[in-house]
Design a protein around this ligand. Structure first.
Ligand code: EPZ
Length: 425
């Protein structure tokens, strides 16, 4: 299986790309289908390896999964055995932590669940998840390799009215939201994450029968029910993928139309790119954007924050754009302690990067990048290094294509359609 990308630059991008469904909305929603024995139909799934892994995990527990369309699956969780949750998948995919809430709601206990794989961007502890379940009255037992949780309805009902998360954790918010949606009492989640994928999960759970108020804010009130029903649901478009294409076009130049883009989720990204010299026409009606770069300006600062701040998942790609704008840009990666790695890879292509500490770096520009051999360590740094290859003069080899296909469907194929010289080798 070809494991690298070979890219020839510099390339300007011209044409149209269509945004796929959000991987980070699909993953909790697929987990949430465990909350009912009825059939669920989930549409607009991105065809990426994390989604296939999540479906394999469900099948391992006894789910009946059938593809009924190019991006649509039917899932029936009539007979589920949590012991069937495959450890190899849990270790490989961080998002497998999202099975905790639904399995705990359905069975009242989870025995020896392995810690999900961390990854190169940071330790990504699950403390926020476990502490939140303890807040809800659960008993957590753990050792070096796994944890067990049990909770009784009485404990949960008599626990404090609000679960206060220890940070704006996206998947911890989603885990508690799924658990409470299947419980027949009212609780609220404070310090909840507000990301678009949390909102999409809340919409799915509401359609199943839960009463949820405040999704998209830091306080979510949930009145669940034991009778959640099967539903048909279409996954929201992926603002991280849309943002990836926007930044690519801003960095490479040309004129790119991006269709099916969740524009309202991209306020600050659009603002930043415009300040960096990009001209972006927005068509709210058709939910499409057209971007071209008219001149290079200054970015000054890119600071990642929980939503609606600049998404950390776009930081590596914005770092490449920063190398093409004027002056010194401060990259402040406020969330992860190891997510500046791709900037270090960028220096192999001539980027002027000064790492100030694990969370901050300066990127100078504009810099003429040159083709080189670089390594992707996670899906977003993979996308960033592909952008760098499109901008650079010469040939670039990006190792680690498997990381990119975890979250981007056929990225090289879609880029070739808009003029990129890129192929798998
Ligand atoms: C989710 O991961 C996403 N994954 C990640 O996307 C994304 O990077 C992350 O949220 C942040 O947006 C899925 O949704 C499946 P966290 P999650 O708990 O829930 C620190 C991708 O590329 N932090 O929100 O595991 C926290 O300690 C993946 O698609 C703060 O410091 O992440 C952790 O180190 C990668 N302060 C990191 O941020 C806060 O207030 C992420 O935390 C909140 C979080």
């Amino acid at each position: 299986m070809p494991t690298k990308f070979l890219i020839k630059g510099p390339t300007r991008l011209y044409g149209t790309v269509d945004v796929r469904g959000s991987k980070n909305a699909a993953l909790p929603i697929l987990a949430a289908t465990l909350l009912t024995k009825d059939r669920c139909v989930i549409d607009n799934l991105p065809l990426v390896s994390d989604i296939y892994l999540a479906l394999d995990a469900l099948k391992g527990m006894g789910a009946r999964v059938a593809w009924t369309g190019l991006r649509r699956v039917s899932i029936e969780n009539t007979h589920i055995d949590p012991k069937g949750l495959r450890r190899d998948i849990v270790k490989k995919m961080r998002a497998s932590i999202l099975f905790t809430g639904p399995l705990l709601a359905r069975f009242g206990a989870i025995e020896e669940m392995h810690y999900p794989g961390g990854c190169s961007i940071g330790a990504r502890p699950i403390e926020a998840h476990l502490a939140a379940f303890v807040d809800l009255g659960a008993e957590v037992r753990r050792d070096k390799k796994s944890f067990s949780i049990s909770i009784s309805a009485e404990d949960a009902v008599s626990s404090p009215h609000a679960v206060v998360l220890s940070e704006f954790s996206v998947t911890a918010t989603e885990n508690i939201l799924m658990f409470l949606s299947a419980a027949a009492y009212k609780k609220s989640i404070r310090i909840a994450a507000a990301e678009p994928h949390v909102i999409d999960l809340a919409k799915f759970l509401s359609k199943m029968g839960a009463k949820i108020k405040g999704a998209g804010t830091s306080r979510i009130d949930v009145y669940g029910t034991k009778l959640l029903k099967g539903v048909t649901y279409k996954i929201v478009s992926d603002y991280i993928e849309a943002g990836t294409f926007l930044i690519m076009a801003a960095a490479c130049g040309g004129e790119l139309k991006i269709t099916n883009a969740p524009i309202s989720h991209l306020d600050l990204v659009i603002k930043k790119l415009a300040s960096g010299g990009a001209k972006i026409n927005i068509d709210e009606k058709s939910q499409s954007l057209t971007i071209r770069t008219v001149k290079r300006m200054r970015l000054d600062k890119i600071q990642t924050l929980p939503y609606p701040g600049i998404p950390t998942d776009l930081q590596p790609i914005l770092g490449v754009f920063a190398s093409q704008t004027y002056g010194k840009t401060l990259i402040h990666e406020a969330l992860y302690e190891k997510r500046l790695e791709s900037l270090k890879e960028l220096t192999k292509m001539g980027a002027r990067v000064e790492i100030l500490d694990p969370h901050r770096a300066h990127v100078g520009g504009p810099t003429r990048l040159k083709g080189g051999e670089v390594h992707a360590y996670d899906l977003r740094s993979g996308a960033a290094l592909i952008v760098a290859g499109l901008v650079a003069y010469g040939t670039t080899i990006v190792h680690g294509a498997r990381h990119v296909e975890r979250g981007y469907e056929d990225l090289d194929g879609r880029l070739r359609k808009v003029g990129a010289e890129i192929k798998r080798i």
